[in-house]
Design a binder for this molecule. Structure first.
Ligand SMILES: [Zn+2]
Length: 410
């Protein structure tokens, strides 16, 4: 081994020489590009490339970090070598605050294709002047309100983290960034959502990017909103940090339920909303909250209220061990109904019955009847009409028989 050491400087020199030659031989020279955009409207990337005459075709590739789908498009090249690319941002090709890698490919006269080095820009929401405050665990960005706002949000994030750690076992934390909008309208304009529930979005987590967007208007309810939204969205990100891609296997009721349970000031409307729904027999089956929540406004709120109440019931009954076992069962791919049975020994519907009994003081008879409802429906649709038909046939035949007999009798 030792005899190779004297060759090391020679080998390094050789490698560097190759690198230099390769760079020197590059047939096109590209200047550092300039990126400019109006948020949600148009993005322009401009640079200069020489010698332009040898280039037959110039293309740009854009790849948002964490994404696997590239945008590949033609770039415009003038004879003077000015290379330009425009992108319509109104279709929301990138999520806000995403880092986007981009590079060019050039097809030369002889058909040879060469690829440029890579560049990156961050698609920030540049409608506002953001202020910031950072620690190892959190970065807070905000544009309205005084300097104290950033500090309050930071402290609340730490409080939320401590509370969530009591419920869920977490891996070492990756830094989480908060972007604090001053109104729901400002936030909603930054998100690609549409449809009836889009106007209800007050906060949004991009868990895979460790990013949280919240809307916290100034006013009397600001402190309460901070205590609600900051830990709620953090919980979504921390669940992703724990489960990775398997986070998407969690039923909505559990991820929203855990996030709601992490809030330092729970939504005061939920108990009333639940009570009303119970009185009107409008509580949604938990199995209906495994996938997406209903989009209609009233059911949307009720879905959150139920998820929070049901998850809180599980936390109080089964503790953090039960919750961690449940998270693992869902992450392992067990279904919405089955995972609770694997983790807690009871399927979802049974837990739901127990939750209803304890939360709404539902009588065991009503619980039993509700459990029998599908069978009662089957009975109503099939068995009862068949029984009715059978009986009517019997009744119809008997008098006829008797009549006939009576006719033949003297
Ligand atoms: Zn949520």
């Amino acid at each position: 081994m030792r005899r190779w050491w004297f060759l090391l400087p020679f080998l390094i020199g050789l490698a560097l020489g190759w690198a230099r030659r390769a760079e020197g031989q590059t047939p096109v020279q590209l200047a550092d590009p300039r990126v400019s955009y109006t948020f949600g409207e148009t993005l322009t990337i401009e640079t200069e490339v020489q010698p332009a005459a040898t280039i037959q075709r110039a293309q740009i590739h854009l790849l948002p970090k964490g994404d696997s789908v590239q945008i590949i498009a033609e770039a415009t090249l003038t004879p003077e070598g000015i290379l330009t690319y425009n992108l319509d941002l109104s279709t929301a090709p990138f999520a806000v605050f995403t880092a986007v890698d981009y590079w060019f490919t050039f097809t030369l006269e002889g058909g040879e294709t060469i690829e440029s080095r890579r560049f990156t820009f961050t698609y920030a929401d540049n409608r506002f002047d953001w202020r910031s405050l950072e620690t190892d665990e959190f970065a807070v960005f905000w544009y309205q309100g005084n300097d104290a706002l950033g500090g309050t949000i930071l402290n609340t994030a730490y409080e939320g983290l401590a509370r969530f750690r009591l419920q869920v076992e977490l891996p070492p934390m990756q830094k989480v960034s908060y972007y604090v909008y001053a109104s729901a309208a400002d936030l909603q304009a930054a998100l690609p959502f549409s449809g009836p529930s889009a106007g209800l979005v007050a906060g949004h987590a991009a868990p895979a990017a460790n990013r949280v967007l919240v809307s916290i208007p100034t006013g009397p309810s600001q402190t309460l909103e901070i205590k609600r939204q900051i830990p709620h969205e953090l919980a979504h990100v921390l669940l992703y940090q724990k489960l990775g891609e398997d986070y998407s296997r969690l039923p909505s009721w559990l991820s929203e339920g855990l996030a709601s349970s992490a809030e330092l000031f729970p939504n005061p409307d939920y108990p009333l909303l639940l009570d009303k729904a119970f009185q009107r027999d409008m509580i949604l089956p938990m199995s209906a909250l495994c996938e997406n929540f209903p989009v209609e406004a009233a059911s949307f709120q009720l879905a959150y209220a139920q998820s929070a109440s049901f998850t809180w019931y599980l936390i109080t009954q089964y503790g953090d061990e039960g919750i961690n076992a449940l998270l693992k069962a869902y992450a392992d791919g067990f279904g919405c109904e089955r995972a609770p049975e694997v983790a807690l020994g009871r399927p979802l519907t049974q837990l739901e019955s127990e939750w209803r009994r304890i939360t709404f003081n539902e009588s065991p008879l009503r619980t039993a009847l509700r459990g029998m409802l599908p069978w009662l429906l089957i009975a109503g649709v099939f068995i009862l009409p068949l029984t009715g038909f059978y009986l009517s046939e019997r009744l119809r035949k008997r008098p006829l028989f008797r009549k006939k007999r009576s006719l033949t009798q003297p």
